[in-house]
Design a protein around this ligand. Structure first.
Ligand code: ZN
Length: 506
């Protein structure tokens, strides 16, 4: 059979498939054949003879690795972001406003709809993002710009009036106000959002992704069931739940890992996500020491959303119902508090972000078996901000190798839309601590590529008989790739449960 006719779904997966002339990542690279039956890798050997009716796909010496997972995604936000004005390159408020002006001239939103932008990064701007700066280019069009870390939203006067902040002095909303506006501009009709999510899922599959942990803030399990029923079968989804919807999940008796009915095993109940502090850029991540420039002010060390007892209560409720916690903690004080609570409850789970961790707490992660779910590309986005706001502490910021060396289980993610949903970008950032040709930032914290890969495959370091046939085919060996090549790594095919979700075998 020709490569472009490779099976892409449906009944084919039951028929059996042999991938010939494959080289397994992590092996010596000798060619083997890989037999896939009933969604699993059932045999690996040179020269397997195909039984009648079994499809054969020649990989032509390409490399085969376990399929990739992104451990921290906000999928609806990512699907929307792919449609929005990208402001990550804006060097000032005035520059951001000029990009908005260009977009309004060249590609305005439908009448009555807001222009939505994302990814601006104001911590290093010399000028202030104010309503006035936007008004000068936007006229009557409501403009809502969401910051890189999602914790701030910058609105023009038309948008402030529309979303109920008419008297706001600056137009820069923070935290809950920012989340609220962000939620409202994200309210597109279900059918449209599902289509955009399906496109984003297919794009992820084209990068070798087989699964995501979706930490979308609104209750997403039913949406995912609807999407799969509607034919979106590109990814496995572990869908998390937040405190606001914890009761709904407990009432349904769903435990982390349970398959959601009607999804053919693609959608499972994810973790219980709880946010305990803010972010670095907004100086709201909760730290032991004051932020540079905020000394002596009331929130000099950032913000903690819960005290110790409250956090323990939430974790106890969730874990006693079978839900594994995923605790957002960025600052070192937040990480200490999260570890205290996880230790008190004895429930395991993950800490999301773990950006600044006290040396003593690195060992605690390992001892308690808490997963560090980290986003290496954030280190590349935030290195300059961290050097300034966490001056003197960056030796333990985004300290991936310290965590790995202590025996902590790492999981890599993008936090898309904060960084692109592309595990190769995350891996490249983790192994190089560099981007755009800059010198490596704290190169002592680089991960070795095999660790970065295993942290991107749910811990699978190679393709083995008996494992699920979630696989990625690459043009070359990712473990020996140059850093710059890894960032844009060529993916030739992706299989999910033995079914092709992406094929580009030329
Ligand atoms: Zn997130």
């Amino acid at each position: 059979m020709s490569l472009v006719d490779a099976p892409t779904g449906g009944a084919e997966e039951a028929r059996g498939l042999i991938l010939t002339d494959a080289r397994l990542v992590g092996s010596d690279g000798s060619p083997v054949d890989v037999l896939i039956e009933s969604g699993e890798v059932s045999a690996i050997a040179p020269g397997i003879t195909p039984a009648p009716g079994v499809d054969v796909v020649d990989l032509g010496g390409r490399w085969l690795a376990p399929g990739l997972w992104d451990w921290h995604v906000h999928m609806d936000q990512w699907a929307l972001a792919r449609r929005r004005l990208d402001l990550s390159t804006a060097r000032s408020a005035a520059h951001a406003a000029s990009l908005v002006g260009e977009k309004l001239r060249d590609d305005p939103p439908p009448s009555g709809q807001p222009l939505v932008g994302y990814g601006f990064f104001d911590a290093l701007w010399a000028d202030e993002p104010t309503r006035g700066v936007l008004d000068s280019v936007s006229g009557d069009v409501p403009v809502v710009l969401v910051s890189n870390d999602l914790h701030a939203a910058w609105l023009d006067s038309a948008a402030l009036a529309r979303y109920g902040y008419g008297g706001h002095p600056t137009g820069l909303l923070r935290e809950q106000d920012a989340f609220d506006v962000s939620t409202r501009v994200s309210a597109v009709p279900d059918e449209l959002l599902d289509r955009w999510v399906a496109e984003a899922s297919a794009a992820a599959a084209a990068r070798g992704v087989v699964g995501i942990v979706d930490l979308e803030m609104s209750f997403s399990i039913d949406r995912w069931a609807r999407r799969v029923a509607g034919g979106d079968r590109s990814l496995r989804v572990s869908a998390g739940v937040y405190p606001a919807d914890l009761d709904r999940v407990i009432e349904r008796g769903l435990r982390t890992g349970d398959v959601i009915d009607g999804t053919g095993g693609l959608v499972t109940m994810g973790p219980f996500k709880i946010i305990t502090d803010g972010s670095l850029n907004t100086r709201t991540a909760f730290c032991h020491d004051p932020y540079a420039g905020l000394e002596g002010t009331p929130a000099a060390r950032g913000l903690s959303a819960y005290d110790a007892d409250e956090l323990v209560d939430w974790l106890r409720r969730a874990s006693s119902a079978g839900l594994v916690p995923a605790v957002h903690a960025i600052g070192d004080a937040a990480n200490a508090l999260a570890l205290d609570a996880l230790e008190a409850v004895g429930c395991g789970g993950s800490i999301e972000h773990a950006q600044l961790v006290d040396a003593r707490d690195v060992a605690r992660f390992a001892r308690l078996g808490i997963v560090a779910s980290v986003q290496p590309e954030h280190a590349m986005d935030d290195r300059d901000v961290a050097d300034r706001l966490w001056a003197g502490r960056t030796d333990r910021a985004f300290a991936f190798e310290s965590l790995a060396a202590a025996g902590v289980t790492l999981r890599l993610g993008s936090d898309a839309p904060v960084a692109p949903l592309d595990p190769w970008v995350s891996m490249a950032a983790a192994v190089s601590r560099s981007r755009d040709g800059r010198e490596a930032w704290h190169p002592e914290q680089r991960l070795v590529s095999s660790v970065a890969l295993a942290a991107s495959t749910r811990g699978r370091s190679s393709v083995e008989a008996g494992s699920v046939a979630d696989l990625v085919v690459t043009e070359s060996d990712p473990l020996s790739a140059a850093d710059a090549d890894l960032r844009a790594f060529d993916v030739a095919a992706t299989l999910l449960g033995g079914r092709f979700t992406h094929v580009a075998l030329g």
